[in-house]
Design a protein around this ligand. Structure first.
Ligand SMILES: Cc1cc2nc3c(=O)[nH]c(=O)nc-3n(C[C@H](O)[C@H](O)[C@H](O)COP(=O)(O)O)c2cc1C
Length: 360
């Protein structure tokens, strides 16, 4: 039987049944496609994980993400505290005043939602957050990886770092078994204009991995690159600084803050911009692990990021925003999105891999 026919059968089968834990083995056996992936030295059963944000704040969501077939997720970012509950970035525990789905002009059917949202990081204090992280760590397995994410003190250029905040919070998560940490440089910092100068930013990207890696020998640190207005060369400098600080990789890249919206924006513009950055980083720093995020709504988008040099991809808006065109697959949104991204017969990840294989 031809591979196309086999994919059609698989696609039809999983339209009505849940994705099993050994889905990657099935894909290998049936289609001879290898979809395993990496996040640094962590094995992923496929290249798609759920990005930190509003879809990774509760235990129920994590169970649903796992059941749907995703290879893992990154927890909503926590704002760091020191042992006396000092929290210099408390302002980022910001509840949203608006949540809205918008669409690119070219998206006539409202299929590719973009979230406009003005909230910040996790609103819980560290003690409450650690209760959640503890329960979350029980869901973690080789089949479903869970990565932590945090943000601590970010000083202006002439200030020292309050290292205690970074170290205490990381230690608490470390004690719960977390070894992979993303650093979220929240796009809302853009509102704190006095901090957003190039020298200050590059110092953050270098120093924070340095502080964490010197305190915990066996952790991996992945700073999330911000999308700023200083041009691509500066984007690359943020990566370079992270690596100089001994980061294990980077996440490329957070959404673009737009003053006119009063919040960050994503979609096609973000995807095009991020693809370009992933390509440049891969070309310049071949050993740098890259996790790519931004504007993923099709298997083809996953494929493009992987071809550009990313090890895996992270999605959020497609899971969270309103999609006007009904999904073919019944079930919850996590199941519908995973199915569409992987198994869509036209432009799912498997269909795209098969097409490329045929062209070789
Ligand atoms: C509502 C919302 C909340 C988010 N919260 C976080 C966060 O806490 N930490 C973080 O690193 N990124 C956060 N992000 C960024 C996402 O993780 C993701 O990288 C970004 O939205 C791009 O992917 P997408 O185009 O699939 O949404 C958030 C994004 C949205 C829309």
């Amino acid at each position: 039987m031809s591979s196309d026919k086999k994919l059609s059968e698989l696609s039809q089968h999983f339209l009505f049944s849940d994705i099993p834990e050994d889905f990657s083995d099935i894909v290998k056996n049936e289609l001879n496609l290898d979809i395993w992936a990496k996040y640094g030295n962590l094995e992923l059963k496929n290249p798609v994980i759920v990005a930190p944000g509003q879809m990774t704040t509760s235990i129920l969501q994590l169970h649903l993400i796992k059941q749907a077939g995703f290879a893992g997720c990154v927890l909503k970012s926590v704002v760091a505290e020191d042992k006396n509950q000092r929290c210099s970035m408390k302002i980022l525990r910001k509840k949203p005043t608006k949540v809205e789905t918008v669409y690119d002009e070219t998206d006539d059917n409202g299929e590719f939602p973009i979230i406009h949202w003005d909230g910040g990081l996790d609103t819980r204090n560290l003690e409450e957050y650690l209760e959640f992280a503890k329960e979350a760590s029980k869901i973690k397995s080789p089949d479903f990886q869970i990565i932590a994410s945090l943000l601590g003190h970010l000083p202006s250029f002439d200030q020292d770092f309050i290292e205690e905040e970074w170290i205490y919070t990381t230690e608490k998560l470390y004690d719960l078994g977390y070894r992979f940490f993303e650093i979220d440089f929240c796009p809302f910092l853009k509102e704190q204009d006095h901090l957003m100068n190039q020298k200050t930013i590059l110092r953050w990207y270098r120093k924070i991995p340095e502080i964490l890696k010197k305190s915990f020998k066996d952790i991996s640190v992945f700073p999330k690159i911000m999308n700023l207005d200083y041009g691509i060369d500066f984007q690359i400098k943020m990566v370079e600084s992270s690596l100089a600080g001994n980061a294990d990789g980077v996440v490329i890249a957070n959404r673009i803050y737009k003053k006119e919206f009063g919040c960050a924006h994503g979609g096609e513009e973000l995807r095009i911009r991020n693809l370009q950055q992933v390509e440049r980083v891969h070309c310049l720093f071949q050993n740098c692990s890259v996790s790519a995020t931004g504007g993923i709504y099709k298997g083809k988008h996953i494929f493009d990021y992987i071809c550009a040099g990313a090890e895996n991809v992270q999605i959020l808006s497609y899971l969270m925003g309103k999609v006007k065109k009904p999904f073919e697959k019944k079930g919850n949104r996590f199941q519908q999105v995973f199915y569409k991204l992987m198994l869509d017969i036209e432009d799912g990840y498997l269909a795209t891999l098969l097409k490329k294989k045929e062209m070789l």
